[in-house]
Ligand binder design. Structure first.
Ligand code: GAR
Length: 218
């Protein structure tokens, strides 16, 4: 599967968030006043809940936002279709799940599969799911990290774009999940910015589990 033909100008990004939005902020900072140089610009930010710092960051940046809550829909499928429609309204080339704590469904993947990326705070395929940092600590790993990957219909199982490594030290106790997560996020923000920029600027090809960055057809 090759990257979609780019729209004219910088690639259009919709970013989905559920929390503090520091990964979103890293993208906003990297794009700054130079979307042409970065190769992408954020056209909207979506969330599955209101009242979060991630949405405040988007509003401060003057971006349109939308909220699509599961509890406002009769079924999970209806929520998924509404999220897909809300996202599609902004005609994104790429959709970025940056701390978006929901698994999307069939409709969303039908529209955005192959151009929907997620960042996860562990070295996949180890420790998928909502508690990647906690699960890695409990397992006793000596290194962990973060993974930027395309989203498929599994939980954190899609083709890997980039990974970053963080050492786990003797000081990282089970109670220190938040501190380890912060160290991971320092690496993760840079990794996400680099990955999104390269996908947007250079194009990509997905062959089975392999992601090839670089101009399609070269
Ligand atoms: C990030 O570490 C991201 O990997 C994680 O939530 C954090 C969001 O931080 N996502 C998951 O755990 C998804 N399974 P942020 O809101 O400050 O960007």
């Amino acid at each position: 599967m090759a990257s979609p033909p780019p729209s004219a100008g910088p690639a259009r990004l919709v970013v989905l968030v559920s929390g503090s939005g520091t990964n979103l902020q890293a993208l906003l900072d990297a794009i700054g006043d130079g979307p042409e140089g970065f190769g992408a610009r954020i056209v909207a930010v979506g969330a599955d809940r209101s009242g979060i710092v991630g949405l405040e960051r988007a509003e401060r940046a003057g971006l349109p936002t939308f909220v699509c809550r599961v509890k406002d829909h009769a079924t999970r499928e209806e929520w998924d279709a509404a999220l897909a429609a809300g996202t599609a309204r902004f005609r994104p080339d790429l959709v970025v799940s940056a701390g978006f704590m929901k698994i999307v469904g069939k409709e969303f993947l039908a529209r955005f599969g192959g151009r929907f990326i997620n960042t996860h705070p562990a070295l996949l395929p180890s420790f998928p799911g909502a508690h990647g940092v906690r699960d890695a600590l409990a397992y006793g790993v000596k290194v962990t990290g973060c993974t930027v990957h395309f989203v498929d219909d599994g939980v954190d199982t899609g083709p890997i774009i980039a990974q970053g490594v963080v050492e786990v030290t003797e000081e990282d106790t089970a109670e220190g999940e938040a501190a380890l997560h912060e160290r991971i996020k320092e690496i993760e923000r840079k990794l996400l910015v680099e990955a999104v920029g390269r996908l947007a600027r250079d194009g990509y090809r997905i062959e089975g589990r392999k992601v090839h960055l670089g101009h399609v057809g070269e």
